[in-house]
Design a protein around this ligand. Structure first.
Ligand code: PRP
Ligand code: URA
Length: 209
């Protein structure tokens, strides 16, 4: 079964509070999501493999370490996942970026796929699928089915806020995928929104409501 990690770093928790606040406007919301995405990227990359190298410092030779060059890929789920991409790329600039376009039918709450474009060598990359919200789990489950169908094998899911229902769906459908969160919330409401959550992530990021 996939593990669930909730990043309790004080900076992540502090910024998430302002992301949740309904008084936070689009500009500030976008900046905060970007900052939290960077902080989460810092945490999620903790286990990346290192290799020993030698460098000359002004004082003499030093045995040092660099990243061993593991190939990474980011896959934001459109639209709202886009809000987290730049923040992650600030720390992992060499990552390739694919996209999966899905929207949640407001009546059925079922995900509808409308776009997929992934890096060519997706089967060799460790992929981080990104979406601020894991609500019913339908979108993340479908997006991960979609990347697996195209060859991806090594996948993590990164979200800001999750409902327990969504985590359970993900663990059932994709037991091989670990889930990284800034918060695990209480429940879903009757419209499939996370309670207390942060509202509609896409609308708040892009100012569409
Ligand atoms: C939101 C969110 C997730 C999805 C989560 O996207 O960004 O992708 O809902 O809900 P689920 O876990 O119940 O599937 P939405 O469908 O509103 O599309 P948008 O990002 O284009 O606004
Ligand atoms: N999508 C959102 O943007 N917010 C929720 O709370 C649930 C799904």
């Amino acid at each position: 079964m996939g593990k669930v990690y909730v990043f309790d770093h004080p900076l992540i928790q502090h910024k998430l509070t302002y992301i949740r606040d309904k008084e936070t406007g689009t500009k500030e919301f976008r900046e905060l999501v970007d900052e939290v995405a960077s902080l989460m990227a810092f945490e999620i990359t903790r286990e990346l493999p290192l290799q020993e190298v030698e460098v000359e410092t002004p004082v003499g030779p030093a045995k040092a370490k660099t990243l061993a060059g593991k190939k990474l890929g980011l896959v934001p789920i459109l639209r709202a996942g886009l809000g987290m991409v730049d923040g992650i790329l600030k720390l992992i600039p060499a990552a390739k970026v694919g996209h999966v376009g899905l929207y949640r039918d407001p009546e059925t709450l079922q995900p509808v796929e409308y776009y997929v474009k992934l890096p060519k060598d997706v089967e060799e990359r460790e992929l981080i699928v990104i979406d601020p919200m894991l609500a019913t789990g339908g979108s993340a489950v479908e997006a991960i089915h979609s990347v697996k169908k195209r060859g991806a094998r090594n996948i993590k899911l990164m979200c800001l806020v999750a409902a327990p229902e969504g985590v359970e769906e993900m663990q059932k459908a994709h037991p091989d995928v670990d889930i990284y969160l800034a918060a695990m919330d209480e429940k879903l409401n009757e419209k499939g929104y996370i309670v207390p959550g942060l509202g509609d992530a896409g609308d708040r990021l892009f100012g569409t409501k």
